[in-house]
Design a protein around this ligand. Sequence first.
Ligand SMILES: NC(=O)c1ccc[n+]([C@@H]2O[C@H](COP(=O)([O-])OP(=O)(O)OC[C@H]3O[C@@H](n4cnc5c(N)ncnc54)[C@H](OP(=O)(O)O)[C@@H]3O)[C@@H](O)[C@H]2O)c1
Length: 349
Amino acid sequence: MQAVLYSIVRGMVKKINRRFTLKARPEDLPEMEHFALEENEHPNLARGEVRVKALYHALSPWQGQRLKDFANYTGPFEIGELIDGDVLVEVVEAAPGADLAPGQLVTSRLGWQDYAVAKADGLSAVTEEFDPTLWLTALSSPGLTAYTALDLFGRSMPGQTMVVTSAAGSVGGYAVQLGKLAGMHVVGVAGGSSKCGYVVDALGADACVDHKADSYADALSDALPDGAHQVFDTTGGPVADAVFSNIAKFARVLIVGRTASNNSNRPDLDPLNMRLLWAREATIQGFSRYSYPERWAFARERMMKLCRQDKIKANHKTVDGFENLPQALHDMLAGKFIGKVLVKSGVPQ
Ligand SMILES: NC(=O)c1ccc[n+]([C@@H]2O[C@H](COP(=O)([O-])OP(=O)(O)OC[C@H]3O[C@@H](n4cnc5c(N)ncnc54)[C@H](OP(=O)(O)O)[C@@H]3O)[C@@H](O)[C@H]2O)c1
């Protein structure tokens, strides 16, 4: 089906916009049947607004969590609500008073739709200096979350050991690279031997332990003879619990995400090895990037500098086709991808 359908109504050309909304809540991983593909007409532009066309949709585990009926720091999507998400878009039309011109690229949280209308001053500029996809990855939530959490709450000392869970993932992949740049001995944890190979060979970790292997607990202990001085955890659940069993004295534990419990139908699935964390006098710090908007520009400047110096590698996988968004979200949550997942929307001109 064409992305934009044109219908002639009383001599007027109407553009039709495709959008995915929530149809039913998944118990576990989302399937196509949980989404409705709808069409609506483009609204007219008001002063200061622009019409934008989606180029790349960024997928995130929080989208999977918000399909379900439990809340963390964000609430669930309503049935019938547009699936929200970060998008790299191109301006196709600008109303008077909008400080953007057709052809300019910007990013914003505009959701799973071909086109959107937005206030021009609420969109984030994209400079031509970098590959545009970096504005959804290293220079957006994944890279800036890793940078800000480590900058504000880490203690990244050369020679000390940092463990990163979901090390081949979107945020984790940048945490690995930043830990190495800080001189740490970095041990990644990832699901599968090919992901572990990527974490060591492409991202530069010193070692990576496969949490899907039967030998996970033993291999983790072997990789951490002095224990973990810093943990950058985005998963929680049993994968992280095994890491906490290898904590060093006075360790720092940054709790940045909860993919394991968000992904399951068990929001309570979050046992921490509290006794050992107490005995080793660890500091546990929860982190949400939304609490530090004033640090965002600083983190972006620093990450831009590291990208210019080729010290940070892009860390994403591209899937083609707007219609494949639900399947790509399923596959991302099932652990089938490496890095940030970007869906190239392919909206025709
Ligand atoms: N605090 C903040 O401000 C902030 C900002 C951004 C993201 N986050 C959170 O951080 C987490 C990571 O986000 P991301 O975008 O970087 O996603 P991601 O790590 O790329 O997420 C996908 C990966 O999660 C892992 N995974 C899936 N189910 C799992 C399970 N049951 N147990 C352990 N690992 C599992 C899989 O990797 P393996 O195959 O390697 O297991 C999968 O490839 C998410 O929970 C997200 O909501 C927090």
